[in-house]
Design a protein around this ligand. Structure first.
Ligand SMILES: [Zn+2]
Length: 416
């Protein structure tokens, strides 16, 4: 008799249906450059049907966006939206110990696949939360909306969220709060992101005097460029010191400082269009490109003036390969009822959350720039941060526990 009970429990643990859904979703090849969005759409629609959740496919941006809805008691109230991107970054197959699209589960319950952390876990956790809320006898007060969007991994700029927020269909959703992905936490705590750094890619071009490499030519393009590069790298040093050498009580995180990296450097006159260079010719032009990430606490207009000052010398100019003039954050004060509710819900289940600025970029920035509060929260702790890395994995118990954590937060937000 006891043996039978234990056996039954074991089988149950190993076949938790939500884990099976998660693994099937991981096996759909939504990796760039050719993500199978039709495959993921079909899968999500089938699940919605099975769970009795209303669903539609919006194609106004040019790629399918799946929208699910559970109507609340008062559909006129601003809703809670759970947003996930369905695409994943490519995987270098040779660097993985298993096929990165097999969703292989080892004996410890670790599931290996591209997207286990970023962010197919959260997408399916949201779906399972919707299923559980749908099963409840009482409707929540507000509408629950789930959106599954494409192209986040190519910057959200293609047919994804950046475009969707400009559409009437998005406005009609009447979103009061959005919850989107966060990051895994390697320790006991959980991180909640309330803002992101604005990515600016700056391309500086210098033009100057030319001549023979044996002479002291003045005002060359390279000299001018180097002066600017040095000023910008000095700024980088200063920011590095704020992050690493400040007082420990300041507790600065990567998301709190501006990072600046010289990622493009170009000069020299190619010889007959080949790979060799004319070493004895001073080139007329030199170029440098920078990846700069600016926290929402920095005034972007003032930072633009700073770049103008760095490139003020005659013969210098700059363009943006990527630019935004808005970078809103969600304010975490007592006036923010969503935040109070989120915090209280976490306190009740005894989990510690640490608010932070996201060091990179997610779709949340487009939502916040529309004036809608957004939290980035992936309920993953005690797990190494492996997004975009080889052998990305998530333990099935952490995945299941995440559904439970969301179920202790999201219904409270819906009933606010
Ligand atoms: Zn992501």
């Amino acid at each position: 008799m006891w043996g039978f009970i234990i056996f039954t429990i074991t089988v149950y643990i190993h076949t938790d249906p939500s884990v099976t859904v998660f693994r099937k979703f991981l096996q759909i090849r939504t990796d760039h450059p050719n993500p199978d969005y039709e495959g993921s759409t079909t899968f999500l629609l089938e699940k919605a049907k099975e769970y009795g959740i209303e669903a539609e496919v919006y194609r106004g941006t040019g790629s399918p966006i799946v929208i699910m809805k559970i109507e609340g008691q008062d559909p006129t109230l601003p809703c809670v939206c759970l947003n996930s991107h369905v695409d994943v970054v490519p995987a270098v197959v040779d660097c993985w110990k298993v096929d990165p699209f097999s969703a292989f589960k080892d004996e410890k319950g670790d599931i290996y696949s591209r997207g286990t952390q970023d962010m197919k876990c959260v997408a399916i956790q949201f779906l399972e939360v919707a299923r559980l809320i749908k099963q409840r006898a009482e409707k929540p007060k507000r509408n629950l909306i789930l959106t599954f969007v494409p192209d986040e991994e190519i910057g959200g700029t293609g047919k994804g969220m950046e475009l969707f927020v400009e559409h009437e269909r998005f406005r009609q959703l009447n979103i009061g709060l959005c919850i989107d992905e966060g990051l895994a936490s390697p320790n006991d705590t959980f991180t909640v992101f309330y803002g992101e750094r604005a990515p600016w890619w700056v391309h500086v071009t210098a033009v100057g005097n030319v001549g023979h490499g044996s002479r002291f030519i003045e005002g060359t393009a390279v000299e001018k460029l180097m002066r600017t590069v040095n000023k910008m790298l000095q700024f980088r040093d200063d920011q590095f010191n704020i992050l690493h050498k400040g007082h420990s009580e300041c507790g600065k995180k990567l998301g709190d400082v501006t990072t600046l990296n010289l990622t493009v450097l170009k000069a020299g006159l190619p010889e007959n269009g080949g790979n060799a260079y004319n070493y004895n010719v001073i080139p007329a032009q030199a170029e440098a490109g920078f990846d700069i990430r600016i926290p929402p606490t920095v005034n972007l207009q003032e930072f633009l003036e700073q770049i103008k000052a760095w490139t003020a010398e005659e013969g210098l100019s700059f363009t943006f390969a990527n630019y935004t003039d808005r970078n809103e954050m969600t304010h975490l004060n007592q006036d923010n009822k969503w935040w109070s509710c989120f915090q209280d819900s976490c306190k009740q289940i005894g989990i510690t959350i640490v608010p932070e600025i996201f060091p990179a970029a997610t779709d949340s920035r487009f939502i916040r720039n529309k004036g809608i509060p957004a939290f980035g929260f992936s309920p993953i702790n005690n797990t190494p941060i492996l997004l975009h890395d080889h052998n990305e994995f998530l333990n099935e118990k952490t995945f299941i526990k995440g559904i439970d954590i969301y179920m202790n937060i999201i219904p409270n937000l819906l009933n606010l």
